[in-house]
Write a protein that binds this ligand. Sequence first.
Ligand SMILES: NC(=O)c1ccc[n+]([C@@H]2O[C@H](COP(=O)([O-])OP(=O)(O)OC[C@H]3O[C@@H](n4cnc5c(N)ncnc54)[C@H](O)[C@@H]3O)[C@@H](O)[C@H]2O)c1
Length: 265
Amino acid sequence: MADVADYTPNVAVITGSAQGIGKAIALRLAEDGFAVVVSDLGTKQDKMDALVEEVRSKGGRAVAIPTDVTKEADIINLVDKTVEEFGGLDVMIANAGIGNASTFLEMSVELYDLIMNVNARGVMLCYKYAAQQMVKQKRGGRILGASSVLGKQSAGMYLAAYSASKFAVRGLTQSLAQEMAPHKVTVNAYCPGCIITDMVDNPALDATVGTGAPGGFIKYITGIPLDGPEAGPDVVASYVSYLCKPEAHFITGQSLSVCGGVRLS
Ligand SMILES: NC(=O)c1ccc[n+]([C@@H]2O[C@H](COP(=O)([O-])OP(=O)(O)OC[C@H]3O[C@@H](n4cnc5c(N)ncnc54)[C@H](O)[C@@H]3O)[C@@H](O)[C@H]2O)c1
């Protein structure tokens, strides 16, 4: 097992970081002193550039590398360019994800494949190429993936594909954690509950439940109390920040829920 001295936190890549939880993680890791690689779909270039500027304006180091996590060549490019730019890769946050609702009986194969491609295959590719780079570097590392409380227990009848993809993230996380232990690389997942971001903010649907507050519809279909605890992306970012510190070397293969206690595991 790694000890504190076996890992030098320096360079972090965060996928899906143009907004939401990924953006909060990028800002937090930049504050912690990491050079950050902001990565998202090319369609979000403006948001990525704005985030890079925000980090730099506070004295941090950042670049944007557009990446579609479903494309293997993009992930190879992401790792290679990161190493070229900052001299290595110490932290990979495989955060990019999508959600889409359908009943199981009406779920198309196309919808299932789309969600699995981004949420599970995308995480597998990020894990694989980051791990290969970290083994080569011989200076330890941190690999994290975005699961969900729905990756521990399904909820409602609309999110089967999403739930399956997030269960997959936990399986990938446990497997890679075992394989990477000798290389001083820890591998963990974070499992948010309902965090208010664009992913859960559906004004038209939210208006149909409770007070119409953001996230209401997702809470309703996943069985989370409408009046339950609320949080923004920072609560996930602070947990990720801790796991990326040298002192967190003894935590690996775990998937911790960050959900205000609405699900216990
Ligand atoms: N918000 C929540 O309540 C919640 C709960 C549980 C898990 N999560 C997970 O946390 C992660 C971040 O979610 P968020 O709430 O910030 O969502 P978000 O929709 O605000 O951000 C997700 C980002 O991923 C990017 N993305 C989508 N497909 C991509 C692809 N193929 N390649 C690269 N980037 C891609 C999007 O462009 C977007 O910027 C996701 O994996 C999500 O499933 C979120």
